[in-house]
Design a protein around this ligand. Structure first.
Ligand code: DGL
Length: 263
């Protein structure tokens, strides 16, 4: 099974992309809805949660781990990779690759949670590969709750997105990285506010392509994965609102199984 985790809704955008790219592969998803958001927590806490999330997925038979959360990818990737003896994927590198491929003027904007932006991971990864790039980052802490709340089409969301993007627009970025897996849900609002000339980078499709390539290159790992097209969704808390938003993101009816990671 391919194991995927996030704090909640965001990881479902990654699940969707992986289901589209690898429809026959079994997936087990864990959304840590009882402890969301991760983006406002300290790095230490997010590392601890990520370890527990990974342990849970491994206990359900995951043979590959996808950290479908930028916040966890930015602070916990190395820890998870060192601690668990299986391939681990994160969402930041594919976004950086895609952004560097698409930018024309090397002026790149990054939006994400406070945790991700304060970690400076995007700047570091972009600069490693393109030292001359100009990078402008903005934390957007209100966007995760708006997405979780299903407020994608509300005027308030448009207004808040506009305010967050203003400093990036002024700096004339030509590429904008959606540095949080929740943001693809409101990609249309972001695209509208930042303007047609700016390319929007959502790493989920690129990530799914990388995993497909990896499985072709490593048939021994591929052979350990179930291929019955089953996807199971576990969450640490089930609420009606989460169920509703989850269905719209995954674009089909899903059954959520509650689990208690502490107990
Ligand atoms: N979707 C997650 C991310 O990509 C985080 C949301 C949160 O829990 O703050 O960063």
């Amino acid at each position: 099974m391919i194991g995927i985790f996030d704090s909640g809704i965001g990881g479902l955008t990654v699940v969707r992309a992986i289901m589209d790219a690898l429809p026959e592969y079994d997936i087990v998803y864990f959304g840590d809805t009882a402890r969301t958001p991760y983006g406002t927590k300290s790095g230490r806490t997010v590392v601890e949660y990520s370890r527990q999330d990974t342990e849970f997925l491994v206990s359900k038979g995951a043979k590959i781990i996808v950290i479908a959360c930028n916040t966890a990818s930015s602070v916990a990737f190395e820890d998870i990779q060192d601690r668990f003896d299986l391939p681990v994927y994160e969402v930041i590198s594919p976004a950086v690759d895609l952004a560097l491929d698409q930018t024309r003027k090397d002026i790149i904007g990054v939006i994400g949670t406070r945790g991700t932006i304060e970690s400076g991971i995007y700047e570091r990864k972009i600069r490693e590969r393109r030292p001359e790039a100009r990078i402008h980052s903005a934390p957007c802490p209100l966007l995760v709750p708006l997405v979780e709340e299903g407020w994608s089409e509300k005027p308030e969301t448009r207004m808040i997105v506009k305010k967050y993007l203003h400093p990036l627009k002024v700096r004339q970025i030509d590429t904008l990285i959606l540095g949080c897996t929740h943001y693809p849900v409101i990609k249309h609002v972001i695209a509208h506010k930042i303007g047609k000339k700016v390319r929007i980078i959502d790493s989920s499709v690129a990530l799914a392509g990388q995993i497909r390539q990896f499985l072709t290159d490593f048939p021994d790992v591929d052979a350990t994965l179930g291929k019955n097209g089953h996807t199971r969704f576990y969450v640490s808390d089930v609420t009606r609102q989460f169920e509703k938003t989850a269905k719209t993101v995954i674009k089909r009816n899903i059954e959520l199984t509650p689990v208690d990671l502490q107990g």
